[in-house]
Design a protein around this ligand. Structure first.
Ligand code: AMP
Ligand code: MN
Ligand code: ZN
Length: 937
């Protein structure tokens, strides 16, 4: 035990540290006495986390900030700081030989090393830096903490077991950051998913190079993948897993807890060795092809390091306590018969109580369960007690009925938090109609403000900061169904935006398709696999992530075409900056053009639809809008329909920019028409006569100068709207707006560019302004940024189908794009994006190619860029044929690259990408297979 000797030698130094601790404790006591006068909470309990000087993840609503490495340019604080190292390990998995140092099985000796001083930790870090591999486990505490904290870390080398007191050493744990991030040292974990995140959250420790024995079990298809099973099978050791739920904050740890904690790490090196050799021996024979990376050990290493790639993030809820409230409601509604009586009031109270509990738990750094149990919330909401004693009774009764059999039964009921804030709770229960926004703002001030009664701590002070208060505020307002009246802070609104519109699940499932001879054809999403399987065209060959093998011979192979783009797994990250916490799809070629492409040129979706974070999305989108204007000018085709006029039966729209031969044409811009009609319908009676007349002239210009009835005004509102937009408006207003079978004829005149384009560009800008000024019911029709319904979210998700790589492999039918239009983000001047849905089809009869589907032809919005896109594509096809389209796409890719300078595009992505491939006989893009398309619909 040479190590032990050295550690003893530094005990003297540790005494100095202990002395400084005493001083610190004294100061703390003094400070506490000073603030004691302003507390209403019971005597500040001596919770261990009160001694932490710094916490990385506090209890505020602010997002978690990851570690920023020195000397690195600040790309994004939400980026994995060691992404480069991990990516390199993923691409070149460490060889097995470097891994196995043949760890002999050894029983746990009587001795272990307890590390609780900075010097000991320094020493340990040095010692570990010389190891090739060590095993790690952590225990965390979550009952008396809002977010939870790591209470113990176990590290075992071949020779020793170390137990690290991560509470005592909380503020200096970064000493271990280098060894954990060292790619040449393998860290063995069992089931590391949580540990990896906890280490980031508490210490900014990031694991690089990991072997997770649970992942190895998965690959070896072991009957169980629990550590208990492995200990039993490989080491003949049985463990009592109930110890994992002990209170790991206690000091000193009991003998049983020490034994348990050590056993969680001690045997891991031996078990890892056993599993590694099994993985090696089970791997397919690769002697014929030694370069082949496929090998079970590599796969285990790959999956383990994918776990390291995870990034910790605080849970963000739509309103505080929302997820708890939703879960309580779903669990209790049917059981308790709550639906039958006063259910709205009960539901509302449950939401309020959950929000209150959330705020209390954050302020006092307690878990939700500790503050108030779910069953107590249900009882309170159903019985609505009025007096403090009644409230106590209801809570106690609920906890007694429910918690007798588990560890929670030892918890105080009601909790001290409830007791010290009982008046507040009574108020909440009594004042059913109280404005919840006001109430919570007052609570927060009362608790934490200058004369606040609850202790301020490193965990809760950020709750008070303006941004958080504002955000909390807005969240409550939203829940209460009130309108956002105040200006939304840029940061807060960005968060909300990200939350609302980013993809909710990974876009690329990285499922694989193999040819019958085993060569990889492409990566794709789950739906595509299912499509083949349902038709008996393929069989499953792997489960997680799933892979299928085609039962027919595909027409061609990706390698024949010298393009490895389609046979790469794609990362779920922003291709611009690498952000991986959120991303949205971005169409490099705007869909107002692409949707008018001939069908076979549309097939290469996955190449030109990439993932971008909100920030990159905004940059790319504004560059695209600028380029659209350039295109408009170049081709003399304005972005918007200039003039529309009613011809009795139909609407005639003028698309091109200049009137023929200088003859002034009649008509009015669609937006002007709609704005005028809206204003007249809403405020016509109260408006000054002159303004009324002005607006009437606009509407008259559309209807050819005749007198205008109220019906005409209603009709005018609908002009230019797609049927989808109309349905929304009707639903919202409860109106049944008469549907004239509105047909629209587009009139093109000779094109040239002049001032009109400028006007159109100005008009483009004015859309946002008028949306602001037109109040709510206009927003219902074109202001989707304010209330995007579930169906819009659905639209975003459905667009997933665009990922079908297709080409020589057949693809399922895809009509969603036509149905749903384009979802894109536009800058609305506030600096944050707004969701805008463009419906881009127009029924301009075409001679150059077939309109894609008759369904789409009926849909029309004259307010979007659809008519412009249609004209541009027609022009290209007429003048240059398909080459014109290909070059057009290349220009758009160039615009994208110039705007974003993307650093994370999959290799094989290419500005010059031709999109030309042969189509197999099953392909829906094979013109000869039109019958197949319709048959599948
Ligand atoms: P382990 O990975 O088994 O060492 O568990 C690490 C930590 O996860 C423990 O310290 C607990 O905080 C938490 N944990 C694991 N399983 C449970 C469980 N069934 N119930 C509560 N906490 C658990
Ligand atoms: Mn453990
Ligand atoms: Zn980005």
């Amino acid at each position: 035990m040479a190590t032990r000797g050295k550690i003893n030698a530094i005990v003297a130094v540790a005494c100095v540290a202990a002395a400084s601790l005493v001083v610190a404790a004294l100061c703390r006591r003094l400070w506490r006495r000073r603030v004691a006068g302003r507390r209403c909470c019971s005597e500040l309990e001596d919770k261990p986390q009160n001694r932490f000087k710094h916490v990385l993840a506090d209890n505020s609503y602010a997002p978690f900030r990851h570690f920023k490495r020195e000397g690195t340019e600040e790309v994004s604080l939400k980026m994995h700081p060691f992404e480069e190292e991990i990516t390199s390990l993923l691409e070149n998995p460490p060889a097995l030989l470097n891994f196995v140092t043949v760890h002999e099985y050894s029983d746990m000796s009587a001795s272990y090393v307890w590390i609780d001083t900075e010097h000991q930790l320094d020493y340990l870090a040095k010692l570990l830096s010389k190891e090739q591999v060590f095993a790690v486990d952590t225990e965390q505490h979550s009952l008396r903490s809002f977010i939870g904290f790591t209470a113990l870390m176990q590290i075992s080398t071949e020779r020793e077991d170390f137990l690290i007191d991560t509470i005592a050493l909380h503020d200096v744990m970064d000493i271990l950051r280098p060894v954990f991030a060292d790619p040449s040292i393998c860290k063995v974990f069992h089931g590391a998913d949580n540990d990896v995140l906890w280490l980031q959250r508490d210490f900014h420790i990031y694991v690089v190079n990991m072997f997770d024995t649970a992942k190895a079990c998965e690959i070896l298809s072991k009957p169980h993948k629990s550590l208990a099973y492995l200990l039993e099978t490989y080491c003949g050791v049985s463990t009592d897993k109930t110890l994992q739920r002990e209170d790991w904050r206690v000091r000193p740890l009991s003998v049983e807890m020490i034994e348990y904690a050590r056993s969680d790490a001690h045997y891991l090196l031996y078990i890892a060795d056993c599993l590694a050799s099994e993985l090696q021996s089970k791997s397919p024979d690769t002697s014929a092809c030694p370069d082949d990376k496929f090998n079970f050990f590599f796969e285990a290493s790959h999956r383990s390091n994918m776990v390291c790639m995870q990034l910790y993030a605080k849970e963000i809820e739509s309103t505080p306590g929302a997820s708890a409230a939703a879960s309580i409601l779903s669990r209790n509604l049917s059981v308790q018969g709550v639906t039958s009586w006063k259910s709205c009031e009960i539901k509302d109270l449950i939401w309020k109580l959950c929000a209150w509990r959330d705020l209390m738990a954050r302020i006092h750094d307690e878990s939700l369960r500790y503050v108030l149990s779910d069953q107590a919330i249900v009882s309170l909401a159903m019985r609505i007690p009025k007096e403090p004693t009644e409230v106590y009774d209801v809570i106690q009764q609920a906890d007694l009925n429910n918690g007798s059999s588990n560890i929670y039964s030892i918890l105080p009921s009601p909790s001290p938090v409830v007791s010290t804030h009982i008046e507040e709770l009574c108020f909440l229960l009594q004042e059913v109609s109280a404005n919840i926004d006001d109430v919570f703002r007052r609570f927060l001030q009362k608790h934490l403000g200058p004369t606040g009664c609850c202790p301020l701590s490193v965990y809760n002070y950020a709750l008070l900061s303006e941004f958080c208060l504002k955000q909390t505020n807005e969240l409550f307002m939203k829940h209460a169904g009130e309108k956002f009246t105040s200006m939304v802070g840029k940061k807060a609104s960005r968060e909300l935006f990200v939350q609302k519109f980013s993809c909710k699940s990974p876009v690329y499932h990285n499922c694989r398709i193999y040819a019958s001879d085993g060569r990889l054809l492409c990566y794709c999403d789950r739906r595509k696999l299912e499509w083949y399987l349902k038709r008996d065209l393929a069989k499953i060959v792997e489960d997680d992530p799933p892979a299928i093998m085609l039962l027919f011979e595909p027409k061609g192979r990706p390698e024949d075409e010298d393009n490895d783009f389609y046979i790469q797994s794609k990362k779920n990250i922003c291709v611009g900056c690498g952000e991986k916490n959120h991303y949205l799809r971005y169409r490099i070629i705007p869909s107002c053009y692409r949707m008018h492409f001939p069908e076979h040129l549309k097939s290469h979706r996955s190449h030109d639809i990439v993932l971008l974070c909100v920030d990159c999305h905004e940059i790319a989108h504004s560059a695209a809008e600028k380029f659209k204007k350039q295109i408009a000018e170049e081709f003399g085709i304005p972005l918007f329909v200039r003039m529309i006029v009613d011809s009795g039966e139909s609407t005639v729209a003028t698309v091109t920019s200049k009137s023929v031969g200088g003859i002034e044409e009649t008509g009015v811009s669609p937006l002007q028409l709609r704005t005028a009609a809206m204003a007249l319908l809403r405020h016509g009676s109260s408006m000054p006569a002159r303004r009324h007349e002005e607006l009437m002239q606009v509407v008259k210009a559309y209807f050819g100068g005749r007198e205008i009835s109220r019906e005409d005004l209603e009709m005018a509102l609908l002009v230019g709207m797609s049927p989808h937009e109309r349905r929304r408006l009707e639903k919202k207003k409860g109106l049944s707006l008469r549907h004239h079978a509105q047909s629209i004829i587009c009139k093109s005149s000779t094109s040239s560019n002049d001032k009109t384009i400028e006007n159109n560009i100005k008009r483009n800008n004015s859309i946002h302004i008028s949306q602001e000024s037109l109040k709510d019911d206009v927003k219902d029709t074109d202001g989707r940024q304010t209330n995007t319904s579930a169906s819009d979210m659905h639209a975003v998700l459905l667009l997933n189908r665009d990922d079908f790589p297709s080409g020589n492999i057949q693809c399922p039918n895809k009509t969603e794009e036509l149905e749903l239009g384009n979802v894109c983000v536009s800058s609305n001047g506030n600096g944050h994006g707004a969701l805008q849905k463009e419906t881009c089809e127009a029924v301009i009869p075409s001679t150059s190619y077939q309109v894609t589907s008759s369904k789409s032809a009926k849909k029309l919005s004259l307010l979007g860029h659809g008519p412009h896109g249609k004209q541009v594509v027609e022009h290209l096809l007429n003048k240059y044929g398909e080459d014109g389209i290909l070059q057009f796409c290349q220009r758009w890719r160039q615009v994208f690259v110039d705007a974003i300078h993307p650093r994370f595009l999959p290799s094989g992505w290419d500005i010059m990408h031709s999109g030309r491939r042969d189509f197999g006989e099953y392909s829906v893009y094979n013109p000869a297979r039109k019958d197949l398309q319709t048959a599948d619909k």
